[in-house]
Design a protein. Sequence first.
Lengths: 165, 793
Amino acid sequence: MPHVTLTVNGKTSSVEVEGRTLLVEVLRDKLGLTGTHVGCDTSQCGACVVHVDGAAIKSCTTLALQVDGSSVTTIEGLAAADGTLHPMQEAFRENHALQCGFCTPGMVMSAIDLVTTHPGGLTEQEIREGLEGNLCRCTGYHNIVKAIAAAWPVMHGHALPAAAE
Amino acid sequence: MNAPFEGIGASVRRKEDLRFISGNGNYTDDINRPGQLYAVIKRSDRPHAKIVSIDTKAALAAPGVVAIYTGADFVSIGGLPCGWQIHNKDGSPMAEPKHPVLADGKVRHVGDPIAVVIAETKQQARDAAELLAVDLQDLPSVATVTAGIAPGAPEVHDGIAGNICYDWHLGDKAALDAAFAGAAKIVTLDLENSRLIPNAMEPRAAIGDFDPSSGDYTLYTTSQNPHVIRLLMGAFVLGLPEHRLRVVAPDVGGGFGSKIYHYAEEAIVTWAAGKVKRPVKWTADRSESFVSDAHGRDHVSTAQLALDAHGKFLGLKVHTLANMGAYLSTFATAVPTYLYATLLAGVYTTPVIYVEVKAVFTNTVPVDAYRGAGRPEATFLLERLVDVAAQETGLDRVAIRKQNFIPRDAFPYQTPVALQYDSGDYFATLAAALKTADWDGFEARRKASAAKGKLRGIGISTYLEACGIAPSKVVGSLGARAGLYEVANVRVHPTGSVTVFTGTHSHGQGHETTLAQLVTDQLGVPFANVDVVHGDTAKIPFGMGTYGSRSLAVGGSAMVKAMDKIILKGRKIAAHLLEADIDDIEFKDGKFSVAGTDRSKSFGEIALTAYVPHNYPIEELEPGLDETAFYDPKNFTFPGGCHIAEVEIDPDTGVTTVVNFTAVDDVGRVVNPMIVEGQVQGGVAQGIGQALLEHAIYDDNGQLLSGSYMDYTMPRADNLPNFHVSTENTMCTHNPLGSKGCGEVGAIGSPPAVINAIVDALKDYGVRHINMPASPPKIWSIINAGRPALAAE
């Protein structure tokens, strides 16, 4: 069986996979990184979102072989080594943007991607549309939207442009 | 610097969040046991069929396969039990067909489990399941209640005539007939409450583990009530004594009712672990969840409201057909009866109510409680009916409600349908919601929308619900096969920190925070020094779990009772140390003091003394500071409130957008306002989901057409608005906290508010009623069938 080599949260591992093995299965079953979740089987819910080479992708619809040699960041790799949380993690906690926590890892990873890819600002509508690929059944999204808006200025180091608010 | 306020009323940030935002949650599928095998379930793809044969030969020979079990292996094992026995009008008990763990001779719905394949890896189990040759011979099937009761309909269970599980009623029919005879107006409405799929984001999972050295079993499962599962599975299905069975429900990713019930897979993995002597893990794929998690709602009703000439309600008559699905899920039978019919008085003084409910078997997934459970069905019926009554009598929608509200001074209020409400102020929640929603300014907004070519509507729902189902004696007399109390063990450690072991279960509700706040409030122990443990029958004395918004009202009350015992014992210890009479010892702000003096002992000093009893009244008092309380409520609690939805419809597409949503709820004492708001927001999102988007659709034969997230329209962030959520609280009068419950109000109050708003938006189109979901094609068809006189035209 083939091997894939991945650098996950800064640590390089080589694991044996089948051709059909999904990235999320490598993360959860081979590397024990169970923070990334599987909530569906149609690539709709986004509980499995991780960053591959800096971009948010759904790890439940990515073959491990497709990302051989890539750098992967999961929810476990967001906080600093001293435990300091990523601003998005902090914003989720501060704004009660999670309840059962199951969608949260994917939601946080998508939210970071959304903020990173919108350096010019994010409107509430853009946040809502940007979350199209992530389902949450608990919060009604209200506080998730708030959390993302709150994390934007922290991540970009300056206030949201007025036009975007 | 003063310590931050972290007691009752503080929006303390949640204790549980750090692990969830860091990827350190511990959900069932995150758990792996040494030597674990994987189970994959072969399910029926037919709605109704005879199992002619199951050929396991090829599958057994497949790589990694350890065992395959079929219904034949479970014949001598009990079926999945139903927890509530309903009696027919004639006093006879309901029809209660066996619900086999694995299908026995027949399959009765798409998703009915036929066989389980157990292999070294999940992939191997999956591959082998594909090799199972199951020969099914199709039988005629029924999917809807109306088809189920039609003359000559196929029988889901042999010998259950007309597929009737029960034919039940509540209320005084003769009085109702008299009220109708004297009415000035009778308003009739036929309506459906759409079938839903709960869709907690975490799919169900279960791991069975057997310890050959002790003979003990452990089940890890995605459950809202591990003790209930232990009781049902141990006593009724597998015949395992409870002391040999531990059930762990670790972090659970949402429930909404769907994880209350005892499911076949739990029994399968537990039983199989004992057979193969290795742990067996099963995790549902989402497609599997769609056809194996209990569904919700699915009522077809006719409602009639009798009014006098002034719009006063004289009587209500309701006839409902409730879909049970193919088998009786754990609490299915209680939902359309004691959680529905009893709620039909709502917030109104309707003096006579008569309800008939027929529960019907169909070839569909079992239906059981889903967030609100019966109460959303009652509320939708009532609040739609009141709006239609307003429309047909020419009365204002708000005025007709106020005219019929139970007055503020009428509590305790006895309804004609068994419940006695202890407290409420429906005028207060109404007034606050009308103000927040700017009801009076609506017509200007309607005009502004019309100028843009959009149809705008506003809708109101004034609702009531019943939570914390109780007392045990009453529910027992109504057919419940369980008590409905709750248990708390409050363990004070020698250094004064506290661990609470609660029989409730948190799967998103934030109990680890809210319940810790109770300890901080009552015992003065810093919030950081309190931990809450739930979800493990080996740690917690007993418990009934979390559903029906009961955790704070019932479980929190049990905690208060346990803490009362802690305080009493602490006072005795303090009296000894301070050489005072116990009657002179008061406990306040974490200190035991001799009244009127500055002599006191801190809570920590008392805790240490209890565990290091050198100077201690050892003849009269046992050492230790650890108390347990079982609390059986005196009554339900009765949250209520007012929800107002404002919608805008695009006539070109039929798309409805909720542009404004206001919820003002009375949930009694609020411990953590942030968490309460979150609960309401989430509930409202599910209610809007039902009103606009979600629908479990079966074809006539019983194939589920909306069986994935590609087909079943879950609400997404861009389908929903921000919500205006607040509370106007009256206290529950019969529990020590005054709390009523907040978990379900959002899902109960909101659907009729949205539909009422849509009907209002479409008032120029002659629309009287719209069944949920108000999907774009449905709305577009209505608009394009009529000849509207649009304001903008």
